[in-house]
Ligand binder design. Sequence first.
Ligand code: FMN
Length: 365
Amino acid sequence: MAEAPLEVAAGLNLEEYQELARGRLPPSHYDYIAGGSGDENTLRGNREAFQRWRIVPRMLRGVDAVDLSVTVLDEQVSMPILCSPVSFQRLCCPDGEIASAAAAKRAGTIFSLSTLATRTIEEVAEYAGAWWFQLYCYSDRSVTLDLVQRAEAAGAGAIIITVDMPIAGRREADERNSFALPEGVEVANLLQYLYRRLPETGGSGLAAYISSLWNPALSWDDVDWIAGRTRLPIGIKGLLAAEDARLAVEHGAKMVVVSNHGGRQLDQCIATVDALPSIVEAVGKQCEVLLDGGVRRGTDVMKALILGAKAVMIGRPYVWGLACDGEAGALRVLEMLRAELQLDMHLAGCGSLKDLSGIHLRQVS
Ligand SMILES: Cc1cc2nc3c(=O)[nH]c(=O)nc-3n(C[C@H](O)[C@H](O)[C@H](O)COP(=O)(O)O)c2cc1C
């Protein structure tokens, strides 16, 4: 029997949604989503870094309404908050990625569908508004190509190649829990059985899957190879160095996502909001720069935008919403963040995203 929708108390924020979701998920699924790699320094660091930037608001600018709309990769969205790709969403609710894609559509924003989705590209396309396909590269290039071609045929607006995961980061909770997919939940887009199941190894099934099937030697050649086989714009997700952002542009990327995979890959790497300024300086005029990692407050969104991001993405928060209440929960999370951003923009004297260019940030220790 489906669980009753959750009564959500007034005054709830995104962080508190995580606690609600924890009560609704089996511990190993909760740990898979919540966790980071190693000592989880990067996971915490993404949040901590936002606290070190403070906003210098402007007053008396006559703001009576706040327009959050923006165009990202030629797609007009209602707010600069998009959905990051997150794997295995049927761990959270039976509809999985269909529910979150539908929530993103209702919120007027872009949904990113993971290669490791538990609903097929074609199913999700039916319910999604604007959506991008996130690509992981298999050693067998025919598998990778099949995914790209199906995404293109189904109406994806871009291919986002995630480059920070040639191999899996060490997520100790998943090892302890022998993380695996429950019966009936599969890597839905992979046509052959071998590619659809996570092996049961006694450790992390995902780490074993990745090390046996993905290309560990991912390089710019792979980006060129993919770009040569699709007419869709290419985004590169998972960059932290300005040099890599410049290379992305040289290799034809229309967008880079400053990301450390939500602290799940290299532990001890730089927080995304701290990596953002140098990347914007290097490539901000040639391509769109997005950021994800630790965005939990309207003020976090503002800070990233003031530092030059075109938009931000959120990962865990909408998935916590999904775990609490399916599509309605994911939508609620997106709307909560929108409402906060609207309020914060008004309080800082900004009636539109363009007005953020008149707002300064100061770093505090
Ligand atoms: C449970 C989980 C699964 C993820 N799966 C993917 C994935 O399949 N592809 C990908 O590019 N990134 C994946 N990510 C990383 C997210 O796209 C994003 O970079 C990260 O969650 C942003 O940080 P946040 O969760 O603090 O918002 C995943 C993150 C989480 C938490």
